[in-house]
Design a protein around this ligand. Structure first.
Ligand SMILES: Nc1ncnc2c1ncn2[C@@H]1O[C@H](COP(=O)(O)OP(=O)(O)OP(=O)(O)O)[C@@H](O)[C@H]1O
Ligand SMILES: [Mg+2]
Length: 227
């Protein structure tokens, strides 16, 4: 089966004054349709950097990213946002919710960007928030939500745009075990729909049970898995 997403010899070096941080050092892998890939590894090993590059939020220093066989890492700053919006959904490690929008409005932003009519936006946002167990929190602002609730709003928002690939950075870090499992199940069932896939970075020991492949990052490289 043709890969949905492919990384070829990706590197990212951050330049900080006179210091160059080699965050990602030559990573190649491919993601099949239907696959849930899990990235594990110690703090600072490059997981968030890799996810940001895969989703075209961050330009690689070198290497290539191919989406359905087409190189997207070489697209111009003008063309890239369209591909990013249409093809990728993100759950960021620090949520990035809009503070002056309610939970429902935060989810709706993803649909507004895709020009979904108002009534369908509202219906779909409510459905997704219900799926995430937030039926009682629709009209709350982020400041009044717990960390785990904010995380679930961020997940509902990422799913709302119906992306091809969902990139999730520590999607269960603020969740208790029951809600963590609910989210892993949602991500897995998302990936199993036609032409979709998930890449998630997670420290959660339960994540492996929901993944088809596991990549262990150490110092920006893929290392062998400990048994
Ligand atoms: N904007 C930046 N400028 C300079 N260095 C950075 C920047 N972002 C990340 N780094 C460095 O790159 C390395 C990889 O960071 P990254 O956030 O990808 O790690 P991570 O595996 O996601 O860690 P964690 O598990 O703590 O989230 C770290 O050493 C970090 O300090
Ligand atoms: Mg990280």
């Amino acid at each position: 089966m043709k890969p949905l997403l492919e990384a070829r010899a990706l590197t990212k070096h951050y330049e900080q004054g006179r210091i160059s941080v080699a965050a990602v050092e030559g990573i190649s892998f491919s993601l099949r349709p239907g696959e849930v890939a899990l990235i594990i590894g110690p703090s600072g090993s490059g997981k968030s950097t890799l996810l940001s590059m895969l989703g075209c939020i961050l330009r690689p220093t070198s290497g290539a990213i191919l989406l359905a066989g087409r190189e997207i890492s070489a697209l111009s700053d003008r063309d890239l946002p369209r591909i990013r919006r249409r093809c990728f959904g993100f759950v960021f490690q620090s949520f990035h919710l809009f503070p002056f929008l309610t939970a429902r409005e935060n989810v709706e932003t993803a649909l507004r960007l895709r020009k979904v009519p108002a009534a369908s936006r509202r219906r779909r946002s409510i459905d997704l928030l219900e799926d995430c167990g937030l039926e009682e929190r629709m009209e709350f602002y982020p400041a009044s939500l717990s960390g785990g609730e904010k995380q679930r709003v961020a997940i509902a928002r990422a799913l709302a745009g119906d992306p091809f690939i969902l990139l999730a950075d520590e999607p269960t870090a603020s969740l208790d075990s029951a809600n963590g499992e609910l989210i892993f199940k949602m991500l897995r069932s998302f990936a199993k729909a036609k032409g979709k896939a998930v890449v998630m970075a997670s420290h959660d020991p339960k994540a492996r049970g929901f993944a088809d492949s596991v990549y262990n990052l150490v110092d920006g490289r893929i290392a062998a898995l400990d048994a």
